[in-house]
Design a protein around this ligand. Sequence first.
Ligand code: ZN
Length: 169
Amino acid sequence: MKAKKERCDGCKKTFDKGTLRRDDKDAALLYCPDCPKVVEQYEVRGWHKDTEEDVFSDGCQIDLGNSSGGDERWEHERLYDLITMLMAFVGTTDDAHVLLDSCDDVGRVDIQVYETITGVTACEDEMRMWRRGQIRLWLCTYIFHIEHVTREPVRLLNTTLALTYKERG
Ligand SMILES: [Zn+2]
């Protein structure tokens, strides 16, 4: 009877089933004991925010728009959880505010909310008051870019460094 074999996604050699380990939850990649640990995850580096006052009867006031941003970073091995973190940062729990690959920009996530003059996400009451012209609100678009990142240790002796430095004994 032929034993079950599995292939290592690192070195591509085959091993008996059960020998290989799995390093992350989403990608079903398997590695043998000789292959270094590989971490795959999704990352966002920095954000950008476009703000413009939206007058309910009159639309967005382009002249009054302004931009800001920051260099906060987020990372997670699951996309869904990463976007949940971004939504928490913006201050919304509503999926309808999230736009994927926005403006045909691959990996871009826009999250759009209304904010009060103090920069807090407007609640339903505040939205109602705004529609009646009682308070001012600003339409804010938070823009993020999600990247898929693979991290693995460098096999230093396979690089040109090996010509310069000694192998550790
Ligand atoms: Zn391997």
